[in-house]
Design a protein around this ligand. Structure first.
Ligand code: ADP
Ligand code: MG
Length: 331
């Protein structure tokens, strides 16, 4: 069985982006990094626990990719450019086959974002992956959850509900096919919206990434901003693949699955607010960043999140898991 140092040497020391701003990376007691002059550090950390955040038998490459991607999504939501990461890995056993796959997935995500792996920790225990990412923004430009003002538009990137649908496909053993593969991939290999997040610096008044579901996360943004909103349910963007999978799920789970675009987690899209009349600007931004952007609602002064149907009638949104934002859903 390989020891801790052999694991680090074989899996984590090479193949990751190298950066000139790393004075000391893996190998000393701590990393030493050079933050660029005039910029502020932005740090985020997220833990994935096997059996809680991902199925224990998920492909190890997907575990590695996803562990970094969910962290990068937090930096994207701040408008930050990622630079460095550390990795705390807890393993039940030193399985080199699993570790090789994991490291390959992690490297793929790291290369995509230019992130150097500068250190970490390796311990024995139930399979758990913790990553900390560090990035930077020009001083004073970080985009916060607070800042949305009444009258502003609410936008979301990409499509919602795909990742939760991907998990449902795994759970219900939906046969292979392009739609199911698309949704499973949206869960396993989320695409952090880094270019979009950075492009929204100085434009978006508030931003958050959608990790727990649109209603929950938009609720956090509204609460932090001290405002409310009306959300048009029909405008929430849903993929063709989502629709195809929905119709193929067992009938008894379809009602639950219909709630995924509003309340399913794990999509890692960005939700943000912009001053009124920004639709043209948003179209250009979407083209530049290669992602669909959709105007889904409007910020209001009255607290709470009101969901309306095509005719503007209030829609009941009650379902376990909505508690996060339930306190503000009084309307
Ligand atoms: P220490 O005992 O001083 O905390 P360790 O023996 O835990 O150091 O780690 C040795 C070196 O290997 C350190 O530079 C540490 O950052 C790095 N390291 C340990 N585990 C990992 C990992 N999973 N990924 C990347 N680097 C790691
Ligand atoms: Mg030490």
């Amino acid at each position: 069985m390989p020891g801790e140092f052999e694991i680090i040497d074989r899996c984590f020391r090479t193949g990751f982006p190298s950066r000139a701003d790393v004075v000391l990376g893996i190998g000393d007691d701590a990393a030493c990094l050079v933050p660029p002059a005039g910029r502020e550090l932005v740090a985020a950390t997220d833990t994935l626990v096997a059996g809680i955040h991902f199925p224990p038998d998920l492909d190890p490459g997907d575990v590695g990719y996803r562990a970094l991607a969910v962290n990068l999504s937090d930096l994207a939501a701040m408008g930050a450019e990622p630079a460095w990461m550390t990795l705390a890995l807890t393993l039940p056993e030193a399985d080199l086959g699993w570790l090789t796959g994991f490291a390959a997935g992690l490297r793929a995500a790291a290369r995509g974002a230019g992130v150097a792996l500068v250190g970490g920790d390796t311990t024995r225990g139930p399979l758990t992956v913790t990553i900390q990412v560090l990035g930077t923004v020009p001083a004073g430009t970080v985009v916060r959850r607070a800042g949305a003002r009444p009258g502003e538009g609410i936008y979301v990137s990409g499509t919602l509900g795909d990742a939760a649908m991907g998990l449902a496909c795994l759970r219900h053993g939906l046969e292979a096919g392009p739609a199911g593969d698309f949704c499973r991939r949206r869960f396993a290999r989320p695409e952090p919206r880094l270019a979009l997040g950075q492009a929204l610096r100085g434009r978006a008044s508030a931003m958050i990434d959608v990790s727990d579901g649109l209603l929950a996360d938009l609720g956090h943004l509204l609460a932090a901003s001290g405002v409310g909103a009306t959300l048009a349910r029909e405008r929430v963007p849903v993929s063709e693949a989502f629709r195809a999978c929905l119709s193929r799920l067992p009938p008894q789970v379809q009602p639950e699955a219909r709630t995924y675009p509003l309340s399913g987690g794990d999509d890692y899209e960005l939700c943000f607010t912009l001053p009124p009349g920004a639709d043209d600007q948003v179209r250009a931004l979407g083209e530049r960043c290669g992602v669909r952007l959709t105007h889904i609602g409007v910020v209001e002064s009255h607290p709470g999140l009101r969901v309306v149907d095509r005719e503007g009638r209030p829609v009941e949104v009650q379902k376990p898991g909505y508690e996060h934002f339930g306190a503000t859903d009084e309307a």
